[in-house]
Design a protein around this ligand. Structure first.
Ligand code: PBG
Length: 309
């Protein structure tokens, strides 16, 4: 009766990995698999039937090149899945990750600059814009730029508007930290950088005020939803961003490494999986997140349905 924070399945966004290659379980993320187009439609339908608000699509292409060209092919894996979910009439918000790391041969999030180490910001923006436009053309409801390039939000907003996609929203990965907790994801999406790291464009874990500034800049550029990522080691950042921009929907990404920690400890029976998972998710809500992007979404939604909230 007096609970301050409610956790409901409508808070959840469920990430899906869709592959052009061999589907199957992802060993580092128990319970999560690389999916075919048909499987992804079924997973989206299951999520919708449990009251989950959205799916976040990640593509795993079978060919990669220096520029990640496949990312903006209308025949690519992500556009195929968007069209399939929409034509199946699944009532769920379709969100797409807009980043090149799974599409480039070197595994970086954009085009390499002449120094071979940093990313060429503006050249990368052109590619991200093409990718987002193709997703919107295919029926995406929200595009989520995650490459951490400067001015990616305004670049996408202008391009989407010019293409007539004025009601496609932007969920920006505003404060994305250079984190060790993305390890299992990079394995899942085969998007690990072949050399170097992402510290030139992802955030320093020592910084919190910078996260607030990143969120404010993204909102000024037209972001509809802002995000903090990862979630658990950054609960204070979630709180600060929520207080700085209270009227803007805030998402938090409970990332692959956080998921793997809970699943790993639960598998060793170090704690009860259901209680631990719901406690983790509730902490992210309590910190101030409105939307939780989490691999636990299906399980958590089922538990909430069975036990009440
Ligand atoms: C793409 C991207 C990453 C994640 C989401 N989008 C990986 C990265 O930046 O290396 C990580 C998600 C997770 O760990 O669950 N740039």
């Amino acid at each position: 009766m007096v609970r301050e924070t409610r956790l409901v399945s409508a808070n959840f966004i469920y990430p899906l990995f869709v592959t052009e290659g061999a589907p199957g379980p992802i060993p580092s993320m128990p319970g999560i698999a690389r999916l075919t187009v048909d499987e992804a439609v079924r997973e989206a339908a299951r999520a919708a039937s449990l009251g989950i608000s959205g799916v976040l699509l990640f593509g795993i292409p079978s060919t990669k090149d220096e520029l990640g060209r496949v990312a903006s092919y209308p025949s690519g894996i992500v556009p195929q899945v968007i069209r399939a979910i929409k034509s199946a009439g699944v009532e769920i918000v379709v969100i797409t990750d807009v980043c090149l790391c799974a599409y480039t041969s070197h595994g970086h999030c954009g085009v390499l600059a002449a120094d071979g180490v940093t990313l060429a910001n503006d050249e990368t923006l052109d590619l991200l814009v093409n990718m987002a436009r193709v997703h919107a053309d295919s029926g995406a409801d929200i595009v989520a730029p995650s490459a951490m390039m400067d001015h990616q939000v305004i670049a996408l907003r202008r391009a989407l508007d010019a293409a007539g996609h004025t009601s496609v929203a932007i969920m920006s990965y505003s404060a994305k930290y250079a984190s060790a907790f993305y390890g299992p994801f990079r394995d899942a999406a085969s998007g690990a950088p072949k050399f170097g790291d992402r510290k030139t464009h992802q955030m320093d874990p020592g910084n919190a005020l910078e996260a607030v500034r990143e969120a404010q800049m993204d909102i000024a550029e037209g972001a509809d939803v802002v995000m903090v990522k990862p979630a658990l080691a950054y609960l204070d950042v979630i709180r600060r961003v929520k207080e700085a921009v209270p009227g803007v929907p805030l998402a938090a990404y409970n990332v692959s490494g956080e998921y793997a920690m809970v699943k790993g400890a639960a598998a060793q029976e170090l704690f009860d999986e259901q209680s631990a998972t719901l406690e983790v998710l509730r902490s992210i809500r309590r910190a101030g997140a409105d939307l939780l992007i989490t691999y636990h979404a299906l399980d958590a939604a089922q538990w909430l349905k069975a036990n009440g909230n």
